[in-house]
Ligand binder design. Structure first.
Ligand SMILES: Cc1ncc(COP(=O)(O)O)c(C=O)c1O
Length: 469
């Protein structure tokens, strides 16, 4: 689906009253579900005594309570009560090969059994992983591993500031670049601004300049306005749009935006934490034919193994990254840590890419993704509900209440957005109760998914539609 159609359909959906659940029908579904998930309910109680609000993971479903899993295999996971689910959440992206992929597991166990998990010194595995990334991503010549996508973006901001000797960064409305202070503004809902998190000094967010996506004039103006206010070091974007495509970019936007950024002496950063590998081995940059100066990676890069992230880019900009050298007249930015690039994580990246390079593996994932989107759109069209699905590589977006499409014209918009988000959580719970995991329609397909899994997903979404008022 093209950018304009996505925007038009999102606006149309947001203009309609959101569909509520039929309380009698949904109560019946949820009664059965809670009866089948008593182990999770008990563990959630226990977790509340040791974990803040009883929950660790942003991607975990929370209605009626977080579900606790026991194990996963391929496209499926089993909770502690033995219930089986087809998983389209996939930890928010990392599990590109599916749960507990046999080939990846064997390679990793071989490494652990015969060599090390980490010894704290340089290891050839770091080179092998970096060589693979550089081979596939057209705009990457150097790789510095980090422990998360958040760290990778924070590192990119520091590198860009050091390289350009400027202070400000531009972020497009609705984009997510991890939870470091400077990026925690205007997420998911364009124009929503600084309400995401307390605990961040305004002085830090004052260095983040917000620009609407697809507005090249606004981008140009931002550069001019801030040139005497510290200057703009970098423009950060999610290549397919905020929240992995909820607010997409028009074709050709990045090429024009890069031209503006370079004319003003700034660095253009592709946050490929989600799109990297998921849009193909060369990420969104290969798919879109665009060469950013810096690229951040995470999630799928290490196939679900921990300490996952990397800040990467052209040799010229990336040579700024140091691990504590004495200043030598060149730009330098301290980017380090104890565990980044540990042998286990570097190996996970290397072996994940080896698996994805096998003929047909990613192509099958794309075919299964399109199959899911087509089947869901068929279901939604037959129902006349205005819901719709679309995809970018192995990323699926299923739009049902469109909170981010609500225009922020007055104070009444916020309760409406919050209510639409709440409804999405309730919708998701109904789908979960039918044995399929969706995270409010912000979903992923893995290489292990099949069209049979999709049929089960369509059944679950069909059951959701039957539960609406
Ligand atoms: C586009 C994007 N960038 C960065 C991040 C942060 O990555 P991590 O959760 O590994 O810190 C995320 C996580 O969802 C993301 O979606």
């Amino acid at each position: 689906m093209k950018y304009q159609e996505i925007l038009d359909r999102t606006r149309a959906l947001a203009a309609r009253p959101a569909r509520k659940l039929d309380s009698r029908k949904s109560a019946a579904v949820m009664k059965g579900f809670t009866e089948r998930t008593t182990g999770s309910a008990r563990l959630f109680q226990q977790a509340g005594k040791v974990l803040p609000r009883g929950i660790e993971h942003a991607w975990t479903p929370s209605v009626p309570y977080p579900l606790f899993m026991n194990h996963g295999k391929g496209s499926r996971v089993w909770d502690v009560d033995g219930n089986e689910y087809v998983d389209y959440i996939l930890a928010g992206g990392p599990l590109i090969l599916g749960h507990n992929h046999e080939g990846l597991r064997k390679s990793m166990m071989e490494l652990i059994n015969t060599r090390t998990n980490f010894h704290g010194f340089s290891d050839e595995m770091e080179i092998k992983a970096a060589e693979k990334i550089i081979h596939h991503f057209p705009a990457i010549e150097r790789v510095r591993f980090t422990c998360s996508g958040t760290e990778a973006n924070a590192a990119a901001a520091r590198i860009a500031r050091s390289f350009t000797r400027r202070k400000k960064i531009i972020k497009f409305l609705a984009g997510y670049h991890g939870w470091s202070d400077q990026f925690m503004t205007d997420m998911e809902v364009p124009g929503s601004g600084r309400f995401v998190s307390q605990g961040i000094p305004d002085e830090i967010l004052d260095l983040t300049v917000l620009v609407p996506p697809n507005d090249l004039d606004a981008l140009e103006r931002a550069f001019v306005e801030h040139s005497s206010l510290g200057g703009v070091a970098a423009v950060f974007c999610e290549p397919v749009g905020g929240e992995s495509g909820l607010v997409p970019f028009a074709d050709g936007f990045h090429a024009a935006a890069i031209e503006i950024a370079h004319r003003h002496g700034a660095v253009y950063v592709f946050d490929e934490v989600v799109t990297g590998l998921r849009m193909g081995l060369g990420g969104a940059q290969a798919a879109l034919g665009v060469k950013p100066d810096l690229t951040t990676l995470g999630k799928a890069l290490m196939g679900g193994w921990p300490s996952c992230g990397a800040v990467c880019g052209s040799a010229e900009v990336m040579e700024t990254a140091t691990v504590g050298v004495i200043p030598d007249g060149r730009p330098f930015a301290y980017i380090a840590g104890t565990l980044p690039g540990n042998t286990l994580s570097a190996a996970a990246a290397y072996y994940t890419i080896l698996e994805l390079e096998k003929p047909g593996v990613l192509d099958r994932m794309f075919v299964v993704t399109s199959d899911l989107v087509d089947k869901l759109n068929g279901l939604f069209a037959a129902h006349g509900c205005g819901f719709f699905a679309y995809s970018f590589g192995g990323i699926v977006r299923i739009e049902m209440t469109a909170p981010h499409g609500v225009p922020l014209t007055g104070p009444e918009a916020f309760p409406e957005i919050i209510s639409r988000r709440g409804l999405l959580e309730e919708y998701s719970a109904i789908v979960h109760a039918h044995g399929v995991f969706t995270r409010n329609g912000r979903d992923m397909v893995s290489c292990a998914h099949t069209t049979k899994d999709n049929d089960r997903a369509v059944k679950a979404f069909s059951a959701l539609l039957d539960t609406l008022e």
